[in-house]
Design a protein around this ligand. Structure first.
Ligand code: HT7
Ligand code: ZN
Length: 854
């Protein structure tokens, strides 16, 4: 397959000011008539090139006359044109119900819907399918009225009517020029939860959440989140919605979380549907975050889009940053930051240390769908956060205002964004730009010296950006580090919080009049997305875990203490648990702390995160070390866990921040009670499972039970399955909980579950719930003998034939072979080689597997 390179970008040779589409919708064969006004851009004699795939061409006409002077070159229709402006008409046929890739127009649950980002529009009709060709769309759809009573598209509705033959039609017009990837239509039998939002300038926007009738009661949370998002974007970024309607449709078969099509967002149903019986507190928060994310794209993505796909982080990094800000404002900002950093460390740091590492603005790709990554999204958001930190809130807002004003209606670049930050922020970001071009997570070593006589303290910092594929000997980056010193004796803050910008390979910062031995609180709020190696002792970390006034730094000190303890136990086999136990006890005893924060702070780092700290990962040793620490924490603090457990019990369900926090801590406490080996643990978990009036408690109990070998485990799994048969989102949880289990029999169980009648590769959520979860279960996936690797490769090859994008997303666990012992590494490589050699492999999976072998 051809490599696409950023340096090869050229502006479009032809523009398409207007596009008119006419769909005769039918799941078996849909006929698409397209009418494009095209204009030559600049002086050249290049033909018009339209992208297209998977279509039967019926006719091509230029200025109303059918023509034959066109040719197909690969995935392009090439049409020489004599003049500077023409009208091109094409008629094609496509087959939505045979579309298993879920890109373009496809069928889901009997309805028809589209997914066009990144290159799905070319599966609907021939078009310059690139984000810098902006066109104004008018759409007409005709479909059987009984089967597809609802017809939706982008923009505002214009007209609708019935035909004599049982079909009906609708016309929609979107006045905002947009790239083809934002095109959408939906035809289906759907019910709607309607609302309205009055914008700050007094316009009324009709809101609609469209789902199947039976799911209507589960849509209030999403509708509420949408209204909150609209108000938040006006208040925080001054961004007002611009159409008269905003519709969201939920579908069960979807390759991603959701899609921000102009005025017609299409969502994976897992990010819309919620009621207490079927959705956890985590699900509720994720729904609000994704609804906000897609809504915020209306400005950061739609009004200003990307010039080319190398600029993807321009819209995704910024929009993640915006949705993180929204979520932080809805509840505890500290807990939100902890969750986001946990996610970054679980998803992006390993990617940055893998053969698939790439810069936030990549240089090349084979298949753009493979670049919807944690690096583009989450590291991209951290880059925006660092610029916001450097500028401060007022200048950052001035800079985003400038960006929105200057680039509204255009396809922009990451460089355009940074230039606005520089101009309105009055700062020089020349060196900061390296964050966009250099991959890898910078590592910073930190030591602190103190001369008691002079009272001078010196903080020594040194940074190194690790080598990544195709990049070595990297330059130092700009690291905004928030720091504060605390007195080791008194616990007093010895300085204010300071922002130190480390831009050289090494630097020292001095502090005068420091009366006692200081302890440094570092990278507060996780102000830079880096790894810190510091000379802080276990006692220093325990001290910060107790005294730091920055909740994130407090959490971080606790995590570092736990991590150091687990790494030492894994490598040296020494189980010195005292400091962790004391710090956890302290945290549990502190009545001033928010239970949601406590629940995060007392959780041990995951097995994979411990593995990420080691040059060679030993999955069994890590598991044993972590279980031993869990057991000791459970035993030593059993009374406290039971108190925390009781404090969260006996309350009727309420979806308030306080109750969510109590539920979270109660489930963590239950896990520790079980880890202690307490005789009544399975019974306690089972009672919680049986009595639960909400999914958070039910799934929390099930997770604990699934890790035990007990009658209760089998009973609970069975009851859960029976109760939720037919509810695919909850059955995903049933598959996922088992695939994530730390029980010894997980590999066998997962192989059996793949043969379960409810398992299907055709539904991406279901495939991810089993295959994706198993791939991140470090101990089970890496069980000796390599059966897990073989199983994953078999699943990916089978899935690739149906849905290459989803298959490719599930490959990365196999690519981490360099981090394992030679036996495991050889087994993993053998499976990657088998995948690469498979006949008919998609370019999606080929790219991921072949790069993973390099
Ligand atoms: N911008 C959307 C990306 C997306 C996507 C990408 C590839 C394949 C399918 C997809 N569905 C949605 C989602 C977002 O970031 O908001
Ligand atoms: Zn997005």
């Amino acid at each position: 397959p051809a490599v696409i390179r950023r340096e090869d970008y050229t502006a479009p040779a032809w523009t398409v000011p207007t596009t008119t589409l006419d769909f005769a919708l039918d799941p078996a064969v849909t006929r698409v008539r397209a009418r494009l006004s095209v204009e030559r851009s600049g002086a050249h004699d290049l033909p018009l090139r339209l992208d297209g795939a998977g279509q039967r061409i019926v006719s091509v006409a230029v200025d109303g006359v059918s023509v034959n002077e066109w040719r197909i070159e690969g995935e392009q229709l090439v049409l020489p044109l004599p003049g500077d402006a023409h009208v091109i008409e094409t008629e094609v046929e496509i087959a939505p119900e045979r579309n298993t890739q879920l890109m373009g127009l496809y069928a889901s649950g009997g309805n028809l819907c589209t997914q066009c980002e990144a290159e799905g529009f070319r599966r609907i009709t021939y078009f310059p399918d690139r984000p810098d060709v902006l066109s104004t769309y008018s759409v007409r759809m005709t479909a059987d009225k009984a089967r597809f009573p609802v017809l939706l598209a982008n923009g505002d509705p214009v007209a609708q009517g019935d035909n004599d033959d049982g079909t009906h039609w609708a016309e929609w017009h979107d006045p905002f020029p947009k790239p083809s990837y934002l095109f959408a239509l939906v035809a289906g039998d759907l019910a709607v939860n309607r609302g309205t939002f009055t914008t700050r300038s007094g316009r009324t926007v009709e809101l609609g959440i469209w789902v199947r009738e039976a799911d209507l009661p589960k849509t209030d949370h999403a509708l509420h989140a949408l209204k909150l998002s609209m108000a938040w974007d006006e208040r925080v970024y001054g961004r007002e919605y611009d159409l008269d309607v905003f519709n969201i449709v939920a579908v069960d078969d979807f390759n991603f979380g959701a899609m921000e099509n102009k005025g017609l967002n299409i969502f994976n149903s897992r990010y819309i549907l919620a009621d207490p019986d079927t959705a956890t507190d985590y699900d509720y928060d994720a729904i609000a975050a994704v609804v906000a994310h897609e809504y915020f794209h209306n400005w950061s993505g739609n009004r200003i889009t990307c010039r080319d796909w190398f600029q993807l982080s321009l819209k995704e990094g910024f929009t993640v940053y915006r949705d993180q800000g929204f979520s932080a404002d809805q509840g505890s900002a500290a807990v939100k930051r902890i969750e986001d950093v946990r996610g970054l460390r679980a998803g992006q740091f390993p990617e940055d240390a893998s053969p698939l590492a790439h810069p936030v603005r990549p240089e090349s790709y084979l298949e753009i769908s493979n670049f919807y990554t944690a690096t583009i999204y989450n590291k991209g958001a951290e880059l925006i956060r660092m610029m916001a930190t450097i500028l401060g809130p007022e200048r950052f807002r001035a800079a985003t205002d400038l960006y929105f004003e200057r680039f509204d209606g255009t396809a922009a670049t990451c460089e355009d964004y940074v230039a606005c930050m520089e101009e309105a922020g009055g700062v020089d970001l020349s060196q900061f730009r390296l964050w966009y071009s250099q991959a890898g997570t910078p590592r910073v070593s930190v030591s602190l010296e103190h001369e008691p006589g002079s009272g001078r303290a010196t903080l020594n910092l040194a940074q190194k950006v690790p080598d990544t594929p195709g990049q070595s000997n990297k330059q130092p980056q700009v690291l905004p580090l928030k720091i504060r010193l605390f007195g080791a004796e008194t616990g007093e803050a010895l300085t204010d919080e300071q922002l130190v910008i480390l831009s050289d390979a090494s630097a020292s910062v001095t502090f005068e009049t420091i009366p006692e031995r200081p302890i440094v609180s570092l990278n507060r709020g996780f102000s830079a997305p880096i790894v810190i190696e510091s000379d802080r002792t276990a006692a220093d970390l325990a001290f910060l875990a107790r005294h730091d006034d920055d909740p994130f730094a407090r959490y971080e000190a606790m995590q570092q203490l736990m991590l150091d303890t687990l790494v030492a136990a894994t490598i040296e086999g020494k189980a010195d648990h005292e400091a962790v136990i004391a710090a956890v006890a302290d945290t549990l005893d502190n009545p001033e702390l928010d239970p949601a924060f406590v629940a995060e702070a007392v959780l041990l780092p995951s097995e994979s995160f411990v593995g990420d700290q080691m040059s060679t990962v030993d999955p069994n040793a890590i598991h044993d070390a972590r279980e031993a620490l869990r057991r000791d924490l459970g035993r030593e603090l059993e009374a406290r866990w039971r108190t925390a457990y009781e404090a969260g019990s006996g309350r009727a369900y309420a979806h308030t921040p306080e109750d969510k926090g109590r539920r979270r801590l109660r489930n963590v406490a239950l896990g520790y009670i079980a880890a202690s080996g307490a005789a009544d643990a399975a019974k306690l978990a089972y009672a919680q499972f049986a009595d639960a009036d909400n999914m958070t408690d039910r799934q929390g109990a099930l997770t604990t039970l699934v890790g035990t070998h007990s009658e209760e485990r089998d009973a609970a799994l069975d009851i859960f399955y029976q109760r939720y048969q037919g509810n695919s989102l909850v059955l995903d949880k049933w598959f996922q909980t088992q695939a994530l289990s730390s029980a010894d029999d997980t590999p066998q169980l997962v192989a059996e579950l793949a043969r379960h009648p409810d398992f299907s590769l055709a539904n991406p959520n279901r495939a991810r719930s089993l295959i994706g979860a198993f791939g991140v279960n470090q101990r089970a996936f890496h069980a000796e003998g390599g059966a897990g690797y073989r199983w994953l490769a078999d699943q990916l090859i089978a899935l690739d034939a149906l849905n290459p994008q989803t298959a490719a997303k599930l490959l990365p666990p196999l690519g981490r072979w360099r981090r394992f012992d030679p036996t495991r590494a050889a087994l993993m490589r053998a499976e990657l080689e088998r995948i690469v050699a498979h006949p008919g492999l998609s370019k999606d999976l080929f790219e991921q597997a072949s790069k993973s072998l390099e």
